[in-house]
Design a protein around this ligand. Structure first.
Ligand SMILES: CC(=O)SCCNC(=O)CCNC(=O)[C@H](O)C(C)(C)COP(=O)(O)OP(=O)(O)OC[C@H]1O[C@@H](n2cnc3c(N)ncnc32)[C@H](O)[C@@H]1OP(=O)(O)O
Length: 508
């Protein structure tokens, strides 16, 4: 078969599907979804709304509505749009990993209907590669193009795409015409060798490129190609408010002290910032800071990354996805050439790799749902039981960072919930991994402090009244009992129990 044998209707995609024979694999989303069978494990692209497969998952939901079908769905991180909701409503999800943010899926997880495996984001492909979890049957990958050798050029995220495509039996590619070909060249795909042949990852600075610009797989594995034309759904990140601006100001003041003490230079160390309003606001706080020539070695690049570029504060950003609000999406992705030489997108096992986080000395800034008086952090479980989003990459970074910062507003739910509690109701980051806790009230520097020293620092710097006095009383009584980490075990969860019973942690 040569190029002239191809149906002429496919010629229009020559610039997007450069391997001529692969243009014959163009098909409908429904036909591609029909390759996915009941019980399969499907690896789909998508990382915090960026680079999601858009058409095949919806066609799969349609298929599941007609004839019951359940899959294990793995992605990079959360999906945008309606994919998780529609698949949940169609009853198509038996298992989901490693991260999600969809309210409908979250409710199904918390009803026990979908088994959610909440994993460090650097780990799922290690588990796949080592055969520790069920193998990927089919990968569904969004791409801007397929090269003439059949390599897949991802779009706004890399996530787990490369390993999904390499490890799957079959690959479905969604070529999304809404993404500009200017994205080509942004990606750096590095795949570690299998153990025991594993070598160090040869990355010494955030801007190093150590891999290829596209995902190399045998072209014959590409079983179907679907053409789409739909932008990523926008993030709903909010502009900084008084509280998040105060958190940012406390952090900037802290870093100024670190620079003055000679522990950091004026370009600090590469920064990682988590998802959500607080992390985005904290990064925006660097715009008016005295720091210069900052770099990011992070996973999600949010609006604040581009605000920092435009403010001349940021020299380079390495991530695994670009997730933007409607305010920024059009401008940044429509003009990506303006930023491209200062950006790289990597597989999440590289962006989040413990070896690299430790080597580069990352300053990790993530968000807590709650923290306790000794510095343990709960990022995932509301009230100790109900899943919010997942640990994401926060643990990959926090454990190995040169400085592990956790930010939270001091109260949630209009003051009815204290974010600093006697004992966290679920532990994602234990006290050994947490260096700094910051709220709008102030910042607790826990470095070098024993538990009995940490408690008063956290209480006096981070907690609002009346919870501050309640915690002082708790600690005073606990200290009477003694111990390295004093507690009143029979009262440690009183606040959570009261919130569950009355809707408020405050005493009646
Ligand atoms: C893909 C990635 O991995 S990114 C890298 C890092 N990843 C992570 O850190 C994953 C875990 N973190 C997260 O999921 C988020 O950062 C969160 C949920 C902890 C915080 O999200 P933010 O948007 O920054 O904080 P925000 O203060 O707006 O709180 C979000 C919601 O949690 C609620 N909440 C916060 N604290 C509590 C609490 N202690 N108890 C009950 N609810 C709480 C808030 O009221 C809010 O609810 P609403 O949506 O109904 O208004």
């Amino acid at each position: 078969m040569n190029l002239h044998d191809l149906p002429s209707s496919f010629d229009q995609y020559q610039d997007r599907i450069r391997h001529p024979l692969l243009r014959q694999r163009i098909t409908s989303a429904a036909a591609a979804a029909a390759l996915i069978k009941d019980g399969m494990t499907v690896g789909m692209s998508g990382f915090t709304r960026a680079g999601d497969a858009k058409a095949v998952p919806l066609a799969l939901a349609e298929q599941a509505r007609r004839a019951p079908l359940k899959i294990t769905l793995m992605t990079g991180a959360s999906l945008g749009g309606e994919v998780d909701r529609v698949l949940t409503e169609a009853g198509a999800l038996a298992r989901r990993m490693p991260f999600q943010t969809d309210p409908t899926l979250r409710a199904a997880i918390n009803r026990g209907e979908v088994m959610f495996i909440d994993q460090h984001l650097s780990e799922p492909v290690e588990h796949l590669r080592a055969g520790q979890i069920a193998p990927i049957d089919i990968a569904v990958i969004e791409a801007v193009a397929i090269t003439d050798s059949g390599a897949i050029v991802p779009t706004t995220s890399v996530g787990n795409n490369a390993s999904f495509a390499i490890l799957a039996d079959k690959v479905i590619v969604e070529i999304n015409l809404a993404h500009s070909l200017a994205l080509e060249g942004l990606h750096d795909i590095f795949i570690p060798k299998r153990r025991p042949q594993r070598e160090p990852m040869p990355l010494m600075t955030a801007r190093d490129r150590i891999g290829t610009s596209a995902i190399m797989i045998p072209p014959e594995k590409i079983a179907a190609i679907v053409i789409t034309d739909q932008r990523d759904s926008c993030s709903t990140v909010l502009e900084p408010d008084a509280d998040t601006a105060a958190i940012a100001a406390h952090l900037v003041a802290f870093f100024e002290r670190e620079v003055a003490a000679g522990r950091l230079g004026e370009n600090l160390l590469p920064l990682q910032a988590g998802i959500g309003n607080i992390a985005n606001a904290v990064m925006c706080g660097f715009i008016d800071s005295p720091f210069q020539h900052l770099t990011m070695y992070s996973e999600v690049l949010q609006d604040s990354t581009f605000d920092l570029f435009d403010a001349g504060k940021l020299d380079f950003a390495s991530g695994s996805s670009i997730t933007l609000s409607s305010r920024r999406s059009e401008q940044v992705l429509g003009d990506i050439g303006r930023y491209k030489d200062r950006l790289v997108l990597r597989p999440q096992e590289v962006s989040n790799h413990p070896e690299l986080v430790r080597r580069l000395g990352i300053i990790a800034i993530n968000t807590a749902l709650e923290a306790d008086i000794y510095g343990n952090v709960n990022s995932t479980h509301v009230g100790g039981t109900h899943m919010m989003n997942g640990i994401g990459g926060s643990g990959d970074f926090a454990r190995n960072a040169s400085l592990a910062v956790f930010a939270t507003k001091s109260v949630a739910k209009g003051g009815k919930v204290s974010s600093i509690v006697p004992m966290v109701s679920h532990v994602d980051h234990n006290e050994h991994d947490v260096d700094i806790i910051v709220t709008e009230i102030g910042l607790a520097d826990l470095r070098g402090l024993a538990p009995r020293e940490r408690a008063p620092v956290i209480i006096e710097h981070c907690v609002a009244e009346p919870y501050r006095q309640m915690l002082r009383d708790y600690v005073a009584a606990a200290n009477q009992r003694g111990g390295h980490t004093p507690h009143l075990l029979e009262h440690a969860f009183d606040w959570h129990v009261r919130y569950a019973a009355t809707g408020s942690m405050l005493p009646e």
